[in-house]
Write a protein that binds this ligand. Structure first.
Ligand code: ZN
Ligand code: ZN
Length: 290
């Protein structure tokens, strides 16, 4: 069991104060105006933060320096953590409430052929069929959903899913960059036994489940094979890409679970072996003899 790093609670404490948020916001605004020269002097920053009392301003700025703000000869600017926090606040993860849909999509449910509905609510993109089979469920920042249609939200969310999948297969949490446990597993989806890929972060508790076949999306050899046949798997929503369905997968080893995937496009077959962590460890391409 991993302990929280010392001072984690203090981080939330530092941000739970309006003057400090005003200072961060002033630095974000400055960075937007002048990306190549984002630093502000003490007095310019105080003025932009709307704080009259210099002593009070100095105290609050002092709480931010080193943690979220760096001081250099040219003045004060956001450091890496400050930019990350600003990004999280701007994407509206903590403040905007947005909802969209449900909207009917052109897709059919792979489990029951019912029509499929997509919506966005409480910070989550969800796609399910009329018979309640969940096809996709993914957290998505409200600030990113705000100015986008449901179609654009689904497209962006799909991209993020593939990016996150790549990171988790490498053992990295896409939310906190801590270490993740990940493994291929047998799981039940829509009342059927399926081969899945499960991840859990030891540090922040992030959990995700996808089909084992989805791990192929992180394989450059598989993406190249698809491209040679005029297909970009990353342009498809994760729940519509049926090239790697369950029939494409066979278990080659039980403990630890290893899987072979075999996909044929236009007479050419791509075979990959996935290890227990979902990594593609070997690939082969062959064309059936005429
Ligand atoms: Zn269904
Ligand atoms: Zn994490």
């Amino acid at each position: 069991m991993q302990q929280d790093a010392p001072g984690d609670a203090a981080v939330f404490d530092v941000l739970g104060e309006e003057t400090r948020l005003a200072i961060l916001s002033a630095l974000v605004e400055r960075r937007r105006e002048s990306p190549s020269d984002p630093a502000l002097s003490f007095s310019a920053l105080r003025e932009r933060s709307g704080v009259r009392d210099s002593g009070r301003f100095n105290y609050h700025l002092g709480r931010l320096v080193d943690r979220f703000v760096e001081k250099s000869e040219s003045g004060y600017q956001l450091n890496y953590a400050g930019r990350e926090v600003a990004g999280a606040l701007l994407s509206g993860a903590y403040s905007v409430s947005e909802s969209k849909g449900p909207t009917e999509l052109d897709d059919d449910c792979p489990f029951c052929d019912a029509s499929v509905l997509a919506g966005y609510e409480d910070g989550v993109v969800h796609v399910r069929c009329g018979n309640d089979h969940t096809l996709y469920r993914m957290g998505f920042p409200p600030g990113a959903a705000a100015d986008r249609s449901i179609a654009r939200v689904l497209a962006l969310s799909s991209r993020l899913t593939y990016r996150d999948l790549e990171l988790t297969i490498e053992g990295v949490c896409p939310e906190c960059y801590g270490a993740v446990d990940r493994s291929l597993c047998e799981t039940e989806v829509g009342g059927e036994q399926r081969l899945g890929f499960e991840t859990q972060c030891e540090r922040c508790g992030m959990r995700s489940t996808s089909s084992a076949g989805a791990c192929l999306f992180a394989s450059p050899a598989f993406v190249a094979f698809c491209a040679d046949h005029g297909l970009d798997p990353r342009e498809h929503h994760p729940w519509t890409f049926d090239v790697v369905d369950d029939e494409a997968l066979t278990v080659v080893e039980d403990d630890p679970l290893c899987v072979r995937a075999s996909v044929t496009l236009d007479g050419e077959t791509f075979v990959a072996t996935l290890d227990e962590h979902g990594r593609t460890v070997s690939t082969e391409r062959s064309t059936a003899a005429e």
